[in-house]
Design a protein around this ligand. Structure first.
Ligand code: URA
Length: 209
């Protein structure tokens, strides 16, 4: 599937297995989510454009490549996406951070925006939307819709675990968006939890129930 990238790095797979374990506590879970975001970010950002700049080394002056062009905006989907932000800003400390809050209408089950604050101007930025779980895809599609409505153009999405249903729905709705997935799981259950998954990512990151 064009624009869909499923990670196969052993370190990512190893760390995902630890966070799946129901006995992994909040502290370790949070650290691992951040580490996985770093490893996935390393992959997802490998096409950032470079430009040569002049650098004076202690020996001589040379031309050396640095990241150019688009500045980065990390956009977590509240609340679980917050757990991945520090991973991306570890790689790109100058990144700006936007936030998207969505709630699901209890009757229609459609996602609605309750909070959206994005760095301005968003059009010129490389946007990295982060959410640990891609389940039905409803929230991810809505989040990308909102970013595009605000003028966002260059969008990558990162999910640590995805269900096939969510991956297909997001790709169909937004084929121009690059989707990075740490592990593609089997299916959704009747409560829209990913199987085998890791449970509720927000509760596990923040230690709530
Ligand atoms: N969100 C989660 O946190 N976990 C799932 O399994 C599905 C959606």
């Amino acid at each position: 599937m064009e624009n869909v990238f499923i990670m196969d790095h052993p370190l990512i797979q190893h760390k995902i297995s630890i966070i799946r374990n129901k006995n992994t506590g909040t502290n370790e879970f949070r650290k691992l989510i951040e580490e996985i975001a770093i490893l996935m970010g390393y992959e997802a950002l490998r096409d950032l454009p470079l430009e040569d700049v002049t650098v004076e080394t202690p020996i001589e002056t040379c031309q050396s490549p640095m990241i150019s062009g688009k500045k980065l905006a990390v956009v977590p989907v509240l609340r679980a996406g917050l757990g991945m932000v520090n991973g991306i800003t570890t790689l790109v400390p100058s990144a700006k951070i936007g936030h998207i809050g969505l709630y699901r209408d209890p009757v229609t089950h459609e996602p609605h925006e309750y909070y959206c604050k994005l760095p301005d101007p968003i059009e010129q930025r490389q946007i990295v939307l982060v959410d640990p779980m891609l389940a039905t895809g409803g929230s991810a599609v809505a989040a990308v819709d909102f970013i595009k409505q605000h003028g966002g153009k260059n969008i990558k999405c990162m999910f640590i675990i995805a269900a096939p249903e969510g991956m297909e729905r997001l790709h169909k709705a937004h084929p121009d968006v690059q989707i990075y997935i740490g592990h593609l799981d089997r299916e959704l259950n009747e409560n829209a939890y990913i199987c085998p998954g890791l449970g509720d990512a927000g509760d596990r990151i923040f230690g709530t129930k």
